[in-house]
Design a protein. Structure first.
Length: 372
């Protein structure tokens, strides 16, 4: 086979072009720190990189979600702590007032403190975090407690009894629409306990409590607290945030177990009792039991929140581990070995220089050389 000058020239140019391409690839790896700059260079690396990067992005989002979860839970726990302390103070006042040695003026002073503490609890119930109400279930845009709609007097029942509820001794009563008879009958849900009001607003007005077992007793008007429905929100839906793939954790406190209508009803009932000089120590002792129930509910809800907090901390540890693993795998798949790239680049440069030198020797002299 005859080897012509044209064949030598084309072969040399082809090899020089391949050498330039190799230098270009190595220089790109060195400047970007990545094995490939286009998916066509290695489709397997590109596809794996997309999956690993998706995993790393998910972990980053879960870390942001964790910050939101801690924000909700830390604030919720702080509010429950203040709520428990406030209830304990109210109970102390009730215990002191149940002692018959306290005078009327002293009890009224206690009632004033109870009122201030109640307003403090109302503000705690309407706590906002990141412009969201954290004690109103999934309805985070509206305040859960409307103080001006609580304790509005029995007189409003003459106009719209179905739109109001009565609280008495830690229980909530709603209008019994199926009852036919004299007066207004309010029934506790899923119970036979009732409160009946006869001759509403008249001289012979009576408020009769029936315990559902035949036992009845007459109540004073100050012993019942009338509020509008919705004055205290009943939205107990869970606010859930995803912390791992398919793992949603509720982050809010169940408001129905803390800031409920009966919660504020018991406080107002104590407040009114302290303002009434005729209140007996036996009645105040009964109200102390109501506060014990409310304190127990707050303690139980805080314990439940603490259990969820521990779970979130374990998830946090797991996510941090996943973040390290995801970044390591992504680096192993995409990042170039810089030491290896530098070594190969130096070798490629030496080969390219040698190719240029040999090509200059292979090329035939030009026509000008023959004319000398």
């Amino acid at each position: 086979m005859r080897v012509t000058q044209s064949m030598l020239t084309h072969s040399s140019l082809r090899h020089l072009s391949q050498s330039y391409q190799n230098l270009h690839t190595l220089q790109n790896q060195l400047s970007t720190g990545k094995k490939i700059s286009r998916a066509s260079q290695d489709p397997v690396v590109a596809m794996n990189g997309m999956r690993y990067r998706t995993q790393s992005t998910e972990v980053t989002q879960f870390k942001r979600n964790l910050s939101e979860v801690y924000n909700w839970m830390d604030n919720g726990d702080a509010v429950l702590d203040k709520t428990g302390s406030t209830l304990h103070r109210m109970r102390e006042l009730a215990v002191q007032a149940s002692n018959d040695t306290y005078e009327e003026t002293q009890r009224k002073n206690m009632a004033q403190e109870i009122r201030q503490l109640r307003e403090h609890l109302e503000s705690l119930a309407n706590t906002k975090v990141n412009n969201k109400f954290i004690f109103n279930g999934t309805n985070t845009k509206n305040a859960p407690v409307s103080a001006d709609k609580i304790n509005i007097g029995v007189g409003v029942l003459s106009e719209d009894p179905a739109g109001h509820v009565i609280t008495y001794n830690s229980k909530v009563y709603e209008l019994d629409t199926e009852h036919v008879g004299e007066g207004l009958v309010f029934r506790k849900a899923d119970s036979d306990e009732t409160i009946t009001i006869t001759d509403l607003g008249g001289e012979n007005q009576e408020i009769i409590y029936n315990n559902g077992s035949g036992g009845t007793n007459e109540l004073l008007e100050r012993q019942v607290v009338v509020s509008e429905k919705g004055a205290v929100s009943t939205n107990n839906e869970k606010v859930e945030i995803e912390l791992m793939k398919g793992v949603n954790v509720p982050v809010n406190v169940n408001p129905g177990k803390v800031f409920s209508a009966d919660f504020f009803g018991d406080i107002i009932q104590l407040e009114k009792a302290l303002e009434d000089p005729s209140t007996t120590s036996e009645e105040l002792t009964g109200l102390i039991a109501s506060f014990d129930r409310q304190i127990e509910k707050v303690v139980n809800e805080r314990a439940e929140l603490g259990a969820r907090y521990n779970r979130v901390e374990m998830i946090d540890d797991r996510i941090q581990e996943q973040e390290v693993i995801a970044k390591r795998i992504l680096s192993e798949n995409e990042d170039a070995d810089i030491e290896k790239v530098i070594t190969e680049l130096l070798a490629a440069e030496n080969v390219h220089r040698a190719a240029l030198a040999s090509t200059s020797r292979i090329m035939q002299p030009t026509l000008m050389d023959f004319l000398r």
